[in-house]
Design a protein around this ligand. Structure first.
Ligand SMILES: Nc1ncnc2c1ncn2[C@@H]1O[C@H](COP(=O)(O)OP(=O)(O)OP(=O)(O)O)[C@@H](O)[C@H]1O
Length: 260
């Protein structure tokens, strides 16, 4: 379970994330959507204890991320696939993480297999990796500790069509076996296929959340059309009037109801 409760981050006068409240529940894939600069990464960084919240709370598995003992064994995180040590090989990077987490080396080979990086690729330095290979390595790192929760910022970025399908199956299987997945993505068709629930953020505020199926059936639109409508004219004070969720308060209960 991931819980954001009135999570707020200000930079000076600017509110990057304002009063964001939602839950990502076990057994479900929750898609976190929003236009560029909407506040997705800032929210995810607060959930992972990397950016301090100005106010509000973020809990993962019942505690602030930083209070989890050996968090890599419980929460798999991929926030920025580009931020990996360029001078190490993929295998070295994973082996180091495995040592820090107390995971056996055998798991390194397992996750390399899982994400489709060959032995030859794993022994190349990360600086020579393509974007898709970096994503695969980042996902391997997130899966290394066999976590219960995945927090993934744009994990499909740079993946080829086979990789995107693989990612979809992976996330579905992970959730089906009881895991919690929070996933941000701009690939709306993909989110429509994989996410059980969605949270849409615009200008730092939640503009819609609930069951993907029910939000879509209620609006009678594709996720792309719904997304574009919800985020077309989001003011600093909240969602634009006239949008399907304009009256929806930003709490999981009420908006889930709204999507029923
Ligand atoms: N350290 C910072 N200082 C000032 N402003 C920041 C900082 N980090 C983020 N912001 C601002 O907060 C807002 C939200 O940024 P964020 O990266 O969370 O958006 P995003 O939804 O992840 O966007 P994208 O889809 O483009 O990745 C943006 O306006 C960004 O410029």
């Amino acid at each position: 379970m991931i819980t954001a409760d009135h999570l707020t981050r200000r930079y000076g006068d600017f509110t990057a994330v304002g009063n964001v409240t939602f839950e990502a529940r076990p057994g479900l894939v929750t898609g976190f959507l929003g236009p560029n600069g909407a506040g997705k990464s800032t929210t995810m960084r607060m959930l992972c204890g990397l950016t301090p919240a100005t106010s509000g709370t973020a809990h993962v598995l019942g505690a602030p991320f930083r209070e989890l003992a050996n968090p890599g064994r419980r929460v798999g995180v991929l926030l920025d696939a580009a931020a990996q040590h360029a001078g190490r090989t993929g295998r070295e990077a994973l082996t180091l993480s495995a040592m820090l987490m107390g995971v056996g080396r055998r798991r390194v080979s397992e996750v390399l297999d899982l994400v489709g990086l060959t032995a030859k690729e794993a022994d190349r330095r990360v600086k020579g990796y393509s974007l898709g290979m970096r994503q695969r390595l980042g996902i391997a790192n997130a899966l290394l500790g066999d976590p219960e929760v995945l927090i993934l910022d744009e994990p499909a970025n740079g993946l080829d069509p086979a990789g995107i399908r693989w990612m979809r199956d992976l996330l579905r299987d992970f959730a089906r076996s009881g895991g919690t997945v929070l996933l941000s993505s701009h690939l709306l068709h993909e989110v429509e296929r994989v996410a059980d629930e969605i949270v849409v953020i615009g200008n730092g505020r939640i503009v819609a959340q609930g069951s993907t199926e029910l939000l879509l059936s209620r609006s009678q639109r594709s996720l792309e059309d719904l997304f574009l409508e919800l985020t077309a004219d989001v003011s600093r004070d909240g969602p634009a009037a006239g949008t399907p969720d304009a009256s929806a308060p930003a709490t999981p209960e009420s908006t889930r109801e709204n999507a029923r």
